[in-house]
Ligand binder design. Structure first.
Ligand code: TYD
Length: 357
């Protein structure tokens, strides 16, 4: 089964700059906060409302210095329909960019009901409120919905979705709902499916942030399996630039892959991290593999390029630049590494693996 193809990636330009307010859900997290920062800089007079439950990756400190009369924080879950309705009405929201999600595959292996709740029910709730009010919804999705992609294929937006982790399955379900609302209700929607992001303020559970901070703490880098899995590590700024373009010019009902089209093995990524930090050797420790670990993701990005997008960073440049940020910003991540929540996760995820290797 495949999605109904969109006839063209282009559309008469939407004008998000003229919306009375933009709602960014999950705007206190890694990618969402970067998107908000960039949007605020480009549209200083337009109110932006961040809706974030602050329960997992969201940290208001990520937008320190920006909160004020044109940047509002509303603390609520995207599954809370009353809260979403109130926020949309109060601020006159004209469009929603949905970053709010549970996003870590390893967490979804440890327990995944929360993933279905937030990623599926939450997106469904936004769709309902957006439908009632005629608001555009942009859904931030992932290359993981395509599942493992054997070389030399590059996933097309029309490929069937074959997710293989509970996380990826929840994102695929959300994509289906978004596109179904477009077909059934004529809802104005767009979707981007992005490759692995790296950059400042990433959740420390993710591979690059974990490897960089482990290396800076003198700890080993736990590489799952043989470390030859291929990922397209793209810089978060390139991803945000693509979302901005799609929000303006992407056809409603359109899906747009976003990635550099280049690949790195995780082993090479680990080497680049230690190189960026000036360490002589990657203190890599091969540990037991992630169950159901997708070997490769790779995207065909012709559609988003047709909108005028091109990445500024190769995966190598993105990894080097991101790793240097963690070296220069210890004050951001050291308290998180010291937190009880992170310690408990690290123990659960790595104690047996690192002890046994
Ligand atoms: P991750 O950042 O969790 O992103 P995703 O699973 O969405 O691709 O992991 C990136 C890659 O790094 C993935 O192939 C799994 C691997 N990985 C490790 O080898 N060790 C680790 O400790 C982590 C967290 C990930």
């Amino acid at each position: 089964m495949s999605f109904p193809p969109t006839t063209t990636p282009h559309a008469p330009a939407r004008q998000p700059d003229t919306w009375p307010a933009l709602l960014v859900t999950g705007g206190c997290g890694f990618i969402g906060s970067r998107f908000v920062e960039r949007w605020r800089a480009a549209h200083p007079a337009q109110p932006v409302v961040v809706l974030d439950s602050l329960t997992y990756a969201g940290r208001p400190e990520n937008l320190a210095g920006l909160w004020g009369p044109a940047l509002h924080l509303e603390v609520a879950s995207i599954t809370d329909a009353d809260a979403v309705r109130r926020v949309c009405d109060q601020y006159g929201v004209g469009g929603i960019v949905n970053f709010a999600a549970q996003t870590h595959v390893d967490q979804s292996i440890l327990g995944s009901l929360e993933f279905t709740h937030t990623n599926v029910l939450g997106t469904h709730t936004l769709l309902e409120v957006a439908r009632e009010r005629g608001i555009h919804l942009h859904q931030v999705s992932t290359d993981e919905v395509y599942g493992d992609v054997p070389a030399p294929h590059h996933s097309l937006e029309t490929d069937p979705l074959t997710p293989r982790s509970p996380y990826a399955a929840s994102k695929a379900a959300a994509d289906h709902l978004v596109l179904a609302y477009h077909q059934t209700h004529g809802s104005s929607v767009t979707v981007t499916r992005a490759a692995n992001n790296v950059g400042p303020r990433q959740h420390l559970e993710k591979a690059l942030a974990l490897f960089a901070t482990n290396a800076l703490l003198g700890l080993p880098l736990p590489l799952y399996g043989d470390g030859l899995q291929q990922r397209d590590y793209m810089h978060v700024d390139d991803h945000c630039a693509a979302i901005e373009l799609v929000l303006r010019g992407g056809a409603s009902g359109g899906v747009f892959n976003v990635g550099t089209g280049l690949e790195l093995s995780n082993r090479r990524m680990a080497q680049l991290v230690t190189q960026a930090l000036g360490l002589p050797d990657a203190p890599v420790r091969h540990v037991s593999d992630r169950p159901g670990h997708d070997r490769r993701y790779s995207l065909n990005t012709d559609r988003v390029q047709a909108l005028g997008w091109a990445p500024d960073f190769t995966p190598e440049q993105a990894v080097l630049s991101a790793a240097r940020w963690y070296a220069a910003n210890r004050a951001w991540w050291e308290p998180i590494r010291r937190s009880e929540a992170f310690a408990a996760y690290y123990e659960r995820q790595y104690a047996a693996r690192l002890g046994a290797s």
